[in-house]
Design a protein around this ligand. Sequence first.
Ligand code: ATP
Length: 348
Amino acid sequence: MSFLCLRGLEKTYPDGTRAVGGIDLECGEGEFVVLLGPSGCGKTTTLRMVAGLETPTAGCIEVGGGEITSLPPGARDVGFVFQFYALYPHLRVRENVEFPLACMGVKKADRRQRASEVLQRLGLNSLAELLPEQLSGGDQQRVALARAMVRRPRLYLMDEPLGTLDVELRLELRELIRAQQLETGVTTLYVTHDQEEAMSLADRVVVMEGGLIRQQGPPDQVYDRPADLFVAHFIGSPGMNFIAGQVRAGRFAGEGWSLPLAQVFPDGPATLGVRPEYLRLDPEGPLRGRVAMDEYLGACRYLYLDTPAGRLAVRVEGEGGRAVGEEVGLSAEMGRVRLFDPATGRGR
Ligand code: ATP
């Protein structure tokens, strides 16, 4: 049963910018849903409408079966964490964390107890009596998380909460956020443009572009079965390779080469999508290419090859590098490729 429902949600700003073009989204109770997409795709506007900080131009929002579309933010019972810490500068860390409880009229002793628990969990005990200005950026964001987590709202809304932090802190807080969410079971809508963050946190990833939802599903589904060329390219780093060609009698063919298809597809023009890890250097491979760039990343390397089918990225593990200009053969794991309709960009 869905807990948070967005129905036909739209937002056009007064200057005419159509930030959200009509989206339908259902989040189950306790689900961790991540809105992922490039800058300007409408993620933040969507989240702000759920928080009550923007008024939708059309559509409605329901939580727990009740409509909240026109409720003021304070009446929505949501915990909101922004990218920027937004702490009260004159309050000490402990007081910042207790603040939402004080607003709810929780008694002082209970406030202390609950704040201490969450400060402990987030490793903030030794900083409890400091003012925000005495903390590093990472610790300030940790306090902002603590302040959201000290109560159990119906919904957590998080807008790039780790955006300004360095890699190590991001990983640490990512783990904390997920652990806390699993423990409390509070339905969470989380915005990021970082696909690694999205894939590692989400029960369900919602890929947005141009104010619309392109695809939603569990991370592995979005990665393995992208709905269209946009998602296929956006997810993955580097994204999926695309090869234009023709399906003919069970094979996918270009000029002077062809690959056997593992599934039956109707004959005609198509775009073959193949992730870099499903291309293999193979001296006997039907596709020939020359190394244009060798990108060494430690655990693996990406070779960028110029082929008759265009520039292709190949992930190579446990092998030495290749000289630029070297000729190599290529084959593909055909059970892992995806075919797209070149006219619509949709997956077949
Ligand atoms: P980012 O990751 O950069 O924050 P986003 O996906 O969250 O991007 P939004 O912030 O929701 O995108 O913005 C969607 C579109 O709406 C963008 O084109 C943005 O410039 C525009 N926009 C956002 N706020 C306003 C506003 N107050 N007035 C006019 N246009 C706005």
